[in-house]
Write a protein that binds this ligand. Sequence first.
Ligand code: PMP
Length: 362
Amino acid sequence: MKRPIYNFSAGPAVLPKPVLAQVQEELPDWHDSGMSILEMSHRGKEYSGIIAQAEADLRELLAIPDNYRVLFLQGGASLQFAMVPLNLLASGRAAYVETGVWSRKASAEARRLGGNIDIVASNAEHRDHAVPVQEQWQLQGEYRYCHYADNETIDGIEFDFIPNLGSVPLVADVSSNILSKPLDVSRFGLLYAGAQKNIGPAGLTLVIVRDDLLGRAGAQLPTMLDYAVHAKEHSMYNTPPTFAIYVAGLVFRWVLEQGGLAAMAERNARKARLLYDAIDQSGGFYRNDVAPRNRSRMNVPFFLHDAALDAAFLREAGEWGLLQLKGHRLLGGMRASLYNAMPETGVQALVDFLGDFARRHG
Ligand code: PMP
């Protein structure tokens, strides 16, 4: 019997099978409109309904308060590294927390744009692969915002707390763990996420921003980079990524049907435990270096005790139907991403393979 295929890509990543089936079915003719979703005006009545429903479902999933705006943008999470300081740091200082590759890219971009930023905490000096506890952060004075990456997709490091900085707005990159668990949006000034992990196709970037943070940009800001413009125009200032938003809407629906974010959180916790246990109990054959309290539930980097086995591991994994396990080029080793659409059977298949491979090569 042919083994089922499981895709552990960090992104673009696995999507729910029922969503792919629905996309396929609806693609030539969306709901008897006579048009494909790919052919519709973004200002027509059909599409207006699609984007409104996607936003409504997202608002329901995350219980987004009324004083927050949902923006469907482009440019990836990487453009948010620039849009955040351009919109929120026309004057004053910002705090940045560095816990891995992505948060360091964000702070580097803010600095490049001339932003006055303080790195208030960093794990770069330590080899502990952890999020510095808030008591150790070195905050000096008032900040326009504090930026951090809630889940470091490459390093496999996830925050185990929401920072509390009083009235300083929190800005979080939630690209790789949004919708993986309930999140209290009201604790944040702004959240952003590239879609290509837990939301849908690449090409869409989601921003959730509190009303009072709009309109703080300097005068020179290009129109397309201004949150206030996108908010005022309901993500229709220009042509939005229509297909990606449609698929994201189907994914939001699917998550709701699965029981919402509480159900996702339970399932994701079980999946992560299964894999970390297998790594920890492999007698050193496999290794994950992240501090237990900050081990990412979404991205699990791991190393074989002997890197000379990496090529054989990846080849044999592929033969088992376990795809895209190669680690990020900066870290090497392996990485298994366990986003919402990865079923528990997929993680079990990976764990079975880990055991089998270790027995044969140990
Ligand atoms: N932040 C995080 C946490 C990411 O994982 C990624 C992409 N993997 C990015 C930012 C950059 O996203 P994009 O490729 O959409 O620009």
